[in-house]
Design a protein around this ligand. Sequence first.
Ligand code: GDP
Ligand code: MG
Length: 385
Amino acid sequence: MEYLIIAIVLAVVVAVALGVMFLRPRARAGAPREAPPTPPPAPPGRQPAPDEGGAGGAPAATLPPVSRQPATQVAEAPPPLAGRMARLRGRLAQSQSAFGTVLLNLLSRDALDAQAWEEVEDTLIAADLGVGPSRQIVDDLQTHVRVDGTRGADAVRGLLKRDLLTQIGADLDRSLRITRHGSRPAVVLMVGVNGTGKTTVCGKLARALVGEGNSVLLGAADTFRAAAADQLATWGDRVGARVVRADREGADPASVAFEAVRQGIEEGVSTVIIDTAGRLHTKTGLMDELGKIKRVVSRQATVDEVLLVLDATTGQNGLRQARVFAEAVDVTGIVLTKLDGTAKGGIVVAVQRELGVPVKLVGLGEGPDDLAPFEPGAFVDAILG
Ligand SMILES: Nc1nc2c(ncn2[C@@H]2O[C@H](COP(=O)(O)OP(=O)(O)O)[C@@H](O)[C@H]2O)c(=O)[nH]1
Ligand SMILES: [Mg+2]
């Protein structure tokens, strides 16, 4: 009997020991690992990504070491891009309504003398609209008020609205080529001076696109400082977009951009967004670099959008920057950031005239959803209160 008990105890001990040996590795591999990222819906014809190290015919030898960073899932769905401008109109109204109120007050005076008209023009110029457009608006208003006898707050407001919309270009094509076309992802290049908001726009745009069911890959071609790639990686992680980055500072930005697009094509993503550096003190170098990035990317895909990010609070300085960038790369659209922090919304008109390219997106705050497609009607409504 004793032997039997000892045998049973031994058997139990051996069984427990064996169980621990077999179960432990499995538990170790499974437990601490985070939930795998949920891949975005695959577009038709999506190719499975080959394993790490597969050269896939690309000139891998010339590329810098580029790490693949997995993206986690977006926490909550962002609102759709369409209609955001109207939704964020409060931000605009806060910064721009002073300008609209001054204009409407001036124009509602009983007697509009030469001095009042001058004040109207000065107000428009002070809002960074530019001298030419301001003059045109005043001329048109004068014609209607003086000659046609237009009176009354509503009528004058209607005139002003129409004139502002004419200057802004209500009919310009502001559509963004940011989603997959044919078998290739759309490629977006984000350019602009440091601090204008490029990286933030990359993140916000990626978030909106992922929210709308697209898959986005971000390329960290600002290799000047590791912190720049880290900032993009943080956004990527937060919004559910994988980031392709060099694993050392100072790597060739064009190679990172090339690699990002190569992986984007390989993975069948909808959009590849490339963030770039914007050090102004090396202007010539910067412009050469941007030109090279675009040329290198163009070897394997079309660069669909070159978005120039401008800080709306920088006024004339921003316009000068715009000119320099437009000479180096074909800018296809303008992103005007920090419109929530300036009363000089007239920059929309000035910069479009300067570059002959439409404002396509505006930044209206630091939150992840504070990026909106530019809608002239909603913009003017916000200005005029
Ligand atoms: N208020 C406001 N801040 C913004 C906006 N866009 C970007 N920023 C801020 O501007 C700063 C610079 O942005 P960043 O993306 O790093 O600029 P980059 O150097 O061009 O990449 C950050 O603090 C952003 O939060 C905007 O639309 N409104
Ligand atoms: Mg940046």
